[in-house]
Design a protein around this ligand. Structure first.
Ligand code: SAM
Length: 266
């Protein structure tokens, strides 16, 4: 199989894994499924047999054409040639439900795609997504663990994350240099629990808090320009102490800190 490394093309050749991934979406007979990066269709074929409506977004023109030809008689399958990051996912949401998202993600933009899914979380029920194992570990990490950071909080703010399956490089052609993990994201609306948050400002706070992992939360926030008095008052209001490291804070503690601190240092 020809492939374009720049587009993260490592095609799944393990048929059993493809089946397990497709089945992880549950009963999709009446659902709208969005597949990100279908490639040669290792998972697509299995989805097309079962999905009420299947929308595939593939950036590679030749692959999109190949899939259009393969599924030319399947009335439930739609192939879009596009960069997934430019697709308005909320516009694809079915009238009476939410999207089921699936994909063996192109690894060069995994984090961007995850954050794109999070921005459209209210349009998505579940996402089953494969990525480099190290990135999956960061997404799924719990507070207090070494891997817990900006990506963990950003995704867990919108989803309950669980790890489903890890595959060796030999499951792909060509084999990547890394192991891959499939994550199951159950999107949930935590806006009433966490309060309405300005995404960009919240992310700025996370970046500041995690800027230097060995420094305390207080020192990192001071380096970002917050005054010691403001940090002390905000930590007190959020029920945390400034001598903790950011990795100790839960998603809801970050949300509380965000509210108490205000959006920007100045
Ligand atoms: N789903 C196939 C499989 O499991 O064999 C292919 C997975 S491969 C890791 C990633 C796929 O995403 C490739 O087909 C690649 O062309 C496509 N892709 C890369 N960048 C993309 C983007 N920005 N938007 C949509 N698809 C993209």
């Amino acid at each position: 199989m020809k492939h374009k490394p720049k587009l993260g093309q490592n095609f799944l050749v393990d048929a059993d894994a493809a089946r397990r991934i497709a089945e992880a979406l549950g009963d999709i007979t009446t659902e709208t499924v969005l597949e990100i990066g279908p490639g040669h269709g290792a998972i697509t074929g299995l989805l097309a047999e079962r999905a009420g409506h299947l929308i595939c977004v593939e950036l590679d023109r030749a692959l999109a054409a190949e899939l259009r030809f393969r599924f030319r008689n399947a009335t439930n399958v739609q192939i879009l040639e596009a960069d997934i990051l430019t697709v308005d996912l909320s516009a694809l949401r079915p009238e009476n439900g939410k999207l089921r998202v699936i994909g063996n993600l192109p690894y060069y933009i995994t984090s961007d795609i995850l954050l794109h899914l999070c921005r459209h979380a209210s349009a998505i029920d579940t996402a089953v997504v494969m990525m480099q194992r190290e990135v999956a570990d960061r997404v799924a990490a719990s507070p207090g663990s070494r891997d817990y950071g900006v990506l963990s909080v950003s995704v867990q703010r919108h989803a309950d994350v669980s790890s489903m399956l890890t595959l060796p490089p030999s499951a792909f052609s060509p084999p990547p240099d890394v192991f891959s993990t499939v994550l199951h994201l159950r999107m949930r609306d935590r806006s009433s629990e966490l309060g309405v948050l300005n995404d960009a400002a919240f992310t700025r706070l996370l970046r500041a808090a995690f800027a230097q992992k060995r420094k305390t939360l207080g020192n990192n926030l001071r380096s970002a320009g917050y005054s010691p008095d403001r940090i002390r008052a905000a930590c007190e209001a959020a029920g945390v102490t400034s001598d903790l490291r950011a990795e100790a804070l839960s998603v809801s503690q970050f949300a509380a800190l965000y509210h108490a601190l205000g959006a920007s240092p100045s």
